[in-house]
Ligand binder design. Structure first.
Ligand SMILES: C[S@@+](CC[C@H](N)C(=O)[O-])C[C@H]1O[C@@H](n2cnc3c(N)ncnc32)[C@H](O)[C@@H]1O
Ligand code: SF4
Length: 449
């Protein structure tokens, strides 16, 4: 692809882990609203639970997550007390008969929890909610935290899927992002998890990092492939120093430019595909035997706050500071500051800071955007069947987008609208054209490539 075309489409756009995206959430949604949404959950509803641990024992300069470094355990311990209380408070509002089909423990670094605290969290979640026998239970893992006792704690939590942060294996890059982590440490953790019976492992790799060259990235990709993970996330580094001030410690002059980022993403993706991985959406890869590859093949892949997922539950309930939840009524986000989150729970209140109540028109556009992000296309007949008259303005947009498409990035026939092979690399930009909130307010996003 020529450089001018890449530059033209590199303008920042959201990653669409929700629609509308989080910067459009407002204070109109509060504890009372969320309480009514939780009480409205049906008896047979499938629930997904997310618990956020906003602590790490190191601070990687590239990090865009809601977390803070702590070298003491006492603040973590007292935070967890509030999480347990929040679990009880919310579970008391959920009707019996709702079934938990997925749990995700994310952060930050959940692996900073002591083994007993991991086990206790798993036990209390099971005491508070009814679990499906085959519930998928995943944990985000910082390999530098892992000890045999921690693995026992994760197994006691009930983990079935592990997600491990790699980023880049080159020392030069690791130094520039303050994240030392040898290949050997990562390899040993992957092997130890498999020995402990964990069948599914995901590794996170980043492109767009400082001092990353083609050679360094390809070496990281090859080392990652040598561990044969079931899934690989290939994320573009989101440089947002206006939101994450520690990213100012990263030398911007050492960051790959837009063209290099694009070429790195394409090369790394091609190498993963050549090694037998299926491409999933715009930033995931999975072995064909993996459930995510199967979901992508049969059109049931979903997208939620954790990114691509096979989780097709009816509601996502978040616990902990900054955690996001989602029911058919809309989205909520907890207070981000851990002190304020804990104070709210101590007062016997939920900790909702903001949210968004969905209108049917948002659901229609959200469906289109999720389909584009997951399947790269949507069926026009299905849109009309699902949303009736609300499909009209969206199909008008399809006409305008197709007419303005000078680069051949979209396909538009009688039946479907979607991204062409070339356009798939810019699917976020195509999705953004259906987003009526995009460009409103002060939200700033990371690069589209
Ligand atoms: C919560 S961390 C994973 C677990 C653990 N804390 C670790 O770092 O190993 C989630 C993942 O988000 C990704 N991530 C973090 N900051 C990012 C950024 N600024 N841009 C893109 N991806 C980022 C990284 O790949 C990271 O592995
Ligand atoms: S990348 Fe992971 S370990 Fe590093 S600061 Fe972010 S959440 Fe913590």
């Amino acid at each position: 692809m020529d450089h001018a075309t890449i530059e033209r489409h590199a303008a920042p756009v959201p990653r669409y882990t929700s629609y509308p995206t989080a910067p459009h959430f407002t204070r109109n949604v509060d504890n009372a609203t969320y309480t009514s949404w939780i009480k409205a959950l049906g008896q047979g509803d499938r629930l997904s639970l997310y618990v956020h641990i906003p602590f790490c024992d190191r601070l990687c300069w590239f990090c865009g997550c809601n977390t803070k470094q702590t070298l003491k355990y006492a603040p973590v311990k007292s935070y967890m007390k509030r999480v347990h209380k929040e679990i009880e408070m919310i579970a008391a509002k959920v009707k019996p008969g709702a079934l938990v089909t997925a749990v995700h423990l994310g952060g930050g670094s959940p692996t900073l929890l002591e083994p007993d605290d991991l086990a206790l969290l798993g036990k209390n979640l099971r005491a508070a909610f009814e679990f499906a026998d085959d519930a998928e239970i995943s944990i985000e893992i910082d390999p530098s935290d892992v000890t045999p006792a921690k693995i026992d704690g994760m197994v006691a939590f009930g983990m079935t899927r592990a997600s491990i942060g790699v980023q880049d294996f080159s020392e030069k890059v690791q130094e520039a992002i303050n994240r030392p982590q040898s290949f050997e440490i990562t390899r040993d953790v992957v092997f130890a998890l498999r020995d402990a019976g964990i069948k599914s492992v995901n590794l996170d790799v980043l492109y767009g990092l400082p001092f990353q060259t083609t050679e360094r990235l390809m070496e990281t990709v090859d080392k990652t492939l040598s561990l044969r993970p079931d899934r690989i996330a290939l994320f573009g580094y989101a440089h947002v120093p206006w939101m994450k001030t520690h990213q100012k410690l990263i030398d911007e002059a050492a960051l790959p430019d837009t063209i290099e980022r694009f070429e790195h993403a394409v090369m790394a993706g091609d190498r993963l595909a050549a090694a037998g991985y299926d491409r999933i959406g715009f930033d995931h890869f999975a072995l064909p035997s993996d459930s995510m590859a199967k979901a992508a093949a049969d059109g049931t892949l979903r997208r939620n706050f954790q990114g691509y997922t096979v989780d097709n539950s009816d509601a996502l309930i978040g616990f902990g500071g900054s955690a996001i939840g989602q029911t058919k009524n809309g989205y909520v986000q907890n207070i981000v500051a851990t002190g304020q989150y804990q104070a709210a729970i101590d007062n016997g209140e939920l900790a909702i800071a903001k949210g968004f109540e969905l209108a049917e028109v948002d659901r229609a556009r959200g469906w289109v955007i999720e389909k584009l992000m997951c399947d790269f296309q949507f069926d026009k007949g299905e849109l009309v069947a699902k949303f009736g008259d609300l499909a009209g303005p969206i199909l008008d947009d399809v006409g305008y987008i197709a007419a303005a498409d000078v680069d051949g990035f979209v396909i538009n026939d009688e039946r479907v609208f979607g991204a062409s092979e070339q356009g798939k690399l810019f699917v976020r930009g195509i999705a953004a054209q259906f987003d009526t909130y995009f460009g409103q307010g002060s939200a700033r996003h990371s690069k589209a490539v």
